[in-house]
Ligand binder design. Structure first.
Ligand code: MYA
Length: 451
């Protein structure tokens, strides 16, 4: 195997949000050099805090300016209508060409209409939270940022928030301080709705991560990875051995495993809430939101399906477990054999396996959950394969470190930092130890999964 090429692919795969900075070494500047971030209500590096809670709670929506922030004269603000085919197309083009690509421009994220309908239109979504910047003269979309509403729970406290995502500035307009203006404008629009906190993730180090997780990758279709030019046979191994290493059973093995349906929502949501209550950073879903995130787009054609959710129903008709993963493929450019690489991302899951134990960190509870999750997520990877995915990605969040090694998820080079805007919180474990290896003992207290 050409180890360098494989590493390049793995680096690219871990960039699930198209964050190019995730491809580089993490850099932490001095606080004074964060010219923008030092002016924002965010926690400083190594700041000692006594209490968790909002940093600035003095403002009201009427204190917030009514006019958009000034923009350089050749550009203008443009609220993107995500129901409009042409406007959505503008966003795809911007993101597909500027969000991420590898050095040789061989791969690009292949965002689809279906993906954005799912990611940007949960219950409560707002038209004016899809913020674009266009060139006045041509109408070309050159920057974008989005917000969606979420109910966040930080160590048991409810924090009405938004999730910020898909921040992108056209490559030719980089380093011109456009990102801070986009961030201030989305903040203004969100504040106008009386929301003062936000959750966001980035590969770059900003002041200050509340948690950091590591990416992990499970190759599914080794042969295809080789055919698209990324893998070769490693020294001392044969191609057959590599294929054998990653070969999966054809069929899932969990009894009672089936796709989730509308009728399962109440029971699955109740199980999910019970399971999630163990974590310190959690997204609470109401029924409507849960239906959107886990069944959303269920009516779309199989080859364009975005979210895959399965439940396990036992002999008594009770739902004991559920898991989900989403699809966000890459386009493969200039390759005779393949035009697309299927990528699956582990999303939320829950199990009742260790709920009966008083101490979930006891040996018995850990062993029971590890066995159940390993078997469930193994089935998730098999189902991802059946849905033509070639790689399966996960983070070290949730209880994931219990199964990553056993299921052959290799640790990635990338790390994902979780941030809270205008909220101080004590650090939350991200499932990695000091030396960045998987922390199978403490695991993670991050219960949220971001796209
Ligand atoms: S993460 C995905 C980010 N997108 C990409 O990585 C795509 C490719 N890259 C780009 O498009 C550009 O490089 C971006 C920066 C747009 C990232 N998050 O305009 P600039 C700071 C926050 O000259 P550019 C996602 O979507 C940087 O430290 N800040 O730089 C979540 C510097 O500030 P300071 C970032 O390279 C986004 C300033 O920007 C990021 O042309 C969450 C430089 O600006 C980053 N990923 O453009 C946003 N990268 O001087 C925050 C750089 O202080 C939301 N910077 O060091 C906050 C909550 C808002 C809502 C609140 C509601 C209550």
């Amino acid at each position: 195997m050409d180890q360098k090429k494989l590493e390049d692919l793995l680096k690219l795969l871990q960039v699930n949000q198209g964050d190019l900075s995730k491809l580089t070494e993490q850099q932490r500047k001095d606080m004074k050099d964060y010219k923008f971030w030092k002016t924002q209500p965010v926690q400083k590096f190594d700041e000692t805090i006594d209490n968790e809670g909002p940093i600035d709670s003095s403002k009201k929506p009427e204190d917030v300016r009514d006019e958009p922030y000034p923009m350089l004269s050749e550009f203008e603000w443009s609220t993107i209508d995500i129901n409009d085919v042409q406007e959505m197309e503008d966003v795809f083009v911007l993101l597909n060409e500027n969000y991420v690509e590898d050095k040789d421009a061989t791969f690009r994220f292949n965002y689809t209409k279906e993906f954005f309908q799912w990611a940007l239109k949960p219950p409560g979504w707002r038209h004016d939270w899809n913020v674009g910047v266009r060139v006045k003269a041509t109408g070309k979309l050159v920057a974008f940022i989005s917000a969606i509403p979420i109910h966040l729970t930080v160590r048991g406290k409810d924090v009405a928030s938004v999730e910020i995502n898909f921040l992108c500035v056209h490559k030719q307009l980089r380093s011109k301080r456009m990102a801070p203006v986009l961030i201030k404008e989305i903040t203004r629009r969100v504040n106008k709705q009386n929301i003062w906190q936000a959750l966001y993730t980035a590969g770059v180090v900003l002041p200050s991560p509340v948690s950091t997780c590591r990416y992990a990758h499970r190759p599914i279709n080794w042969t295809k990875l080789q055919e698209v030019g990324f893998s070769d046979v490693p020294m001392g191994k044969t191609a057959a051995e590599m294929v054998a290493l990653y070969t999966l059973p054809k069929e899932t093995k969990t009894q009672g495993l089936r796709p989730m349906e509308l009728k399962d929502i109440d029971e699955t949501l109740a199980l999910f809430e019970k399971y999630e209550s163990r974590f310190e950073l959690v997204q609470a879903f109401n029924k409507e939101e849960f239906t959107h995130w886990f069944l959303g787009g269920d009516d779309i054609p199989a080859d364009k399906k975005v979210i895959f959710t399965y439940v396990v129903e036992n002999d008594e008709g009770k739902i004991t477990d559920f898991f989900s993963f989403y699809s966000l493929p890459f386009s493969v450019l200039e390759n005779a054999a393949h035009s697309e690489l299927g990528i699956g991302y582990l999303f939320y899951y829950a199990s009742d396996a260790d709920l009966k134990f008083e101490d979930r960190f006891s040996e018995d509870a850990t062993k029971t959950l590890k066995t159940r999750l390993t078997s469930l997520i193994s089935d998730a990877v098999i189902l991802a394969k059946q849905a033509n995915m070639d790689v399966f990605n996960a983070l070290t969040s949730q209880d994931n470190t219990l199964f990553l090694d056993d299921l052959k998820f290799g640790p990635g080079d990338g790390f994902l930092n979780f941030y809270l805007f205008n909220y101080k919180a004590f650090p939350i474990s991200g499932g990695i130890k000091e030396d960045k290896s998987y922390d199978t003992e403490k695991r993670s207290n991050v219960g949220v999964v971001m796209l």
